[in-house]
Design a protein around this ligand. Structure first.
Ligand code: SAH
Length: 387
């Protein structure tokens, strides 16, 4: 076993409960994709970690004990995770949700989602991928009721990003339910599945009538999941805008899965900034506007980042919002803490009077590490304009 002496800073972070290991704390190691024992300068054992570079950090702290990291270890974590999600398991209205969420459930680098009778594993680094057989075997022991599984590769270096893993194959288009609403998902086509499960509470608010009787504009709509939730919750009309051509057909599939006619629902393939201009020119207004952009995006003309540019989305939205309209401001950027996000939003509102209605963070199936604020990456505000 490799023994690694770490600085007092690292020791303090680990004592605080932070699990992700940061690059600046682990310079020039020459250790990669391996399990290590961490010790302090006095030679005292701190715990076990693994090193493996990923989009966030260079590894994860995983245990304070000298226990073997094997199938039994994973099985115990998965069992505990299953117990935490009993309310989802017993809900007839929701059949898609997260089963295991990285450090929130005791092991960073892997997530597992349930889609009806199937599971989707996401591997975030090479080390976790190298022990996937043990994790999958542990999972099968804890979830004999899951019929089959797929995997997503969320690190660089392999020549595929999505694959079949075990068991029965899911239908190419699978219908899942959330808050009683049907969504058409695809488990083995690229990294995405047609729905971002972490937004289920926000969609739940729409199903419960946040946009009832209202018109809703859904910016960066992807498969228009917010729009279909709003429509099921009684929205009068919805408009969904996304640059990606495929978004239109995928969005229509969600609406059809619920037997909704699409004549009051529009799907527009366009840059959102172009659409703001178009709407202003045509004098269009909306009662509710959803703003859920990617953390970072680049097109031919410009780059967009939540950290620097979100205020523009708010400012543009105010111009086409009905009196007393509502903005649903959302980001999943883990590099933008909630206070910073709020500052961006405030910058966009300027002197326009407004009131915060609700705040949403990650829902309870996306168990986050409570000791590490950055692991609770989702931030959503519903905000009412007072004009
Ligand atoms: N709100 C969605 C998820 C958004 S994912 C949901 O809840 O499911 C981000 C989406 O933004 C992608 O579908 C991408 O195609 C789209 N996108 C990125 N830049 C864009 C732009 N400038 N204009 C319109 N859509 C954009």
């Amino acid at each position: 076993m490799i023994e690694l002496t770490v600085s007092p800073i690292v020791e303090r972070k680990i004592k605080q409960g932070i699990c992700v290991l940061e690059a600046r704390d682990f310079p020039h190691l020459g250790v990669e994709n391996a399990l290590v024992h961490l010790v302090n300068h006095q030679g005292q054992f701190i715990g076990q970690a693994y090193l493996s570079a990923q989009n966030k950090g260079v590894g994860w702290f995983i245990s304070r004990k000298k226990e073997p990291i094997n199938q039994d270890f994973m099985q115990a974590l998965l069992l505990e995770a299953r117990q935490k999600r009993q309310s989802y398991e017993h809900s007839p209205l929701t059949t898609a949700y997260r089963l295991f969420n990285q450090d929130g459930d005791g092991f960073g680098g892997v997530t597992i989602d349930r889609y009806q009778d199937y599971a989707v594993f996401s591997w975030y680094n090479e080390y976790i991928y190298s022990i996937k057989d043990e994790i999958v075997a542990a999972f099968q022991a804890v979830y004999p009721d899951v019929l089959g599984a797929y995997e997503k590769i969320r690190f660089k270096g392999l020549d595929y990003e999505s694959a079949y893993l075990y068991g029965d194959e899911a239908p190419e288009e699978l219908t899942v339910f959330e808050n009683g609403v049907a969504y058409q998902v695809f488990l083995n086509n690229g990294l995405m599945t047609g729905i971002f499960l972490d937004q289920h509470e926000v969609r739940g608010a729409l199903v419960d009538g946040l946009a009832a009787g209202k018109s809703l504009l859904n910016m960066f709509s992807y498969t228009a999941a917010f729009s279909v939730a709003a429509a099921m919750g009684g929205a009068r009309e919805t408009t969904s805008v996304d640059l990606a051509k495929r978004s239109k057909e995928l969005s229509e599939a969600h609406f059809q899965a619920n037997g909704l006619a699409v004549d009051q629902h529009r799907f527009i393939v366009m840059d959102v900034f172009e659409y703001f201009k178009y709407a202003k020119r045509k004098g269009l207004t909306y009662d509710v506007i959803v703003l859920d952009p990617p953390s970072f995006a680049r097109n031919k003309k410009q780059t967009f980042s939540v950290a620097k540019d979100y205020h523009q989305l708010i400012a543009q939205s105010i111009e086409i919002l009905s009196p007393k309209g509502i903005i649903i401001a959302s980001t999943n950027a883990s590099n933008v803490p909630i206070e910073k996000f709020k500052k961006e939003i405030e910058k966009g509102f300027g002197r326009c009077k407004h009131r915060y209605l609700e705040t949403y963070r990650l829902p309870s199936d996306f168990v986050s590490n409570q000791k590490d604020e950055s692991s609770n990456y989702l931030k959503v505000f519903t905000i009412q304009v007072e004009k």
